[in-house]
Design a protein around this ligand. Sequence first.
Ligand SMILES: Cc1ncc(COP(=O)(O)O)c(C=O)c1O
Length: 408
Amino acid sequence: MPTTANRNIELARRTLAARPSEVRKVFRAAQRPGMISFANGAPYLGALDFEQLAESSQRILRESGSIALQYGAGQGTLELRQHICRLMALEGIRAAPEDVIVTCGSQQALDLASKVLINPGDVVFAEAPSYAGGMAVFTGLEAEIVHVPTDENGLIPEELEARIAKVRAAGKTAKALYTIPNFHNPGGMNLSPERRALVGQLCTENGLLIFEDNPYGLLGFEGQTMRAIQPDFQDITLYFGSFSKMFAPGLRIGWVVAPERLREHLVNANETTVLNPSVLSQMILTEYLDTPGWKSTLEEYRALYAAKCDVLVDALSQNMPAGTTWTRPEGGFYLWVTVPEGIDTDALVYECIERGVVYVPGTAFFTDGSGHDKLRFSFCLPTHEEIRKGAAIVGEVFSQALTGTGAR
Ligand SMILES: Cc1ncc(COP(=O)(O)O)c(C=O)c1O
């Protein structure tokens, strides 16, 4: 029998560096039948017109099956890249199709950009809190994450500046800032326009790349969109987009726009990893975006999520113990909660799961062990009734923990 030490030797260093997240247990629980899930950042697909999608998929296969099911270009189809450029123009990005690299979701785009750019030991700055899947990519490549404090206007530039100085004084390489400027996952907030300018300036002065991750940008409840960071800092910004949240994650289509000097490396890395993203998925998306109907689906999503967010806010006001606070998002999927001292969201999630409701504990969104007094609620999937019921259960479990009357 190999010893534990031997088993560790057979694993690559980066595999050992990757921390398997406890949160996977939480997501497994979310799959259980009947579970009220505040855990999944998954769109409410009930808003899609499946009949129309079925017709369009059939047409694609009938008329162009030998293209749809064939290997394709590593950079993605021209038609989809043209649509992506039109979408990005809504956020002030002026890109040409040749600037866009289509990937299997933005997760894969983050992964390939990181493979191309990040060395072991490099420091990546990330908001405190930040998207667990993004941070897993960086730590998996043996990068060090340094969290930057945030408030209701996103990451705080002065805090970033102080941390860059500290990292440099320690002789480390400050490589990139990873930021989710719109309807943050998990914080729900936006990076204010003033701060976008300051942050871009700081990164420029300090030789940092910006990884601008923006899957939620078109999901403002009022249809509001913010100017991206990329147009003002093109030379240092890699912009990541996705169709997962605004349409359907099952197609697994995202993209990255990078400074020209990096593009060929990214296309090569894409080809090395997946050869090409699914041509069928890209053709379905292209047809979808060819028809004006996609705009009304997006509007329907926005209205649905705005209403669900209101229901959750109302339910939290009624059920959470005194001293609990939460963000008030203006779009996206997430509401970020801070609980009073005496409640450990990590420990109590299992009791909530036993009682039929699951959320993501705050610790999932930090790499420094903090977050026990935080949690993320996704309001996108549960029904209004489930939201009310789920919030009541979580409120009761937390209140009992504070008064010492809960199940131990
Ligand atoms: C901030 C952020 N980035 C990237 C992703 C990955 O999305 P996908 O790979 O489905 O495009 C997610 C998914 O939850 C996310 O929240």
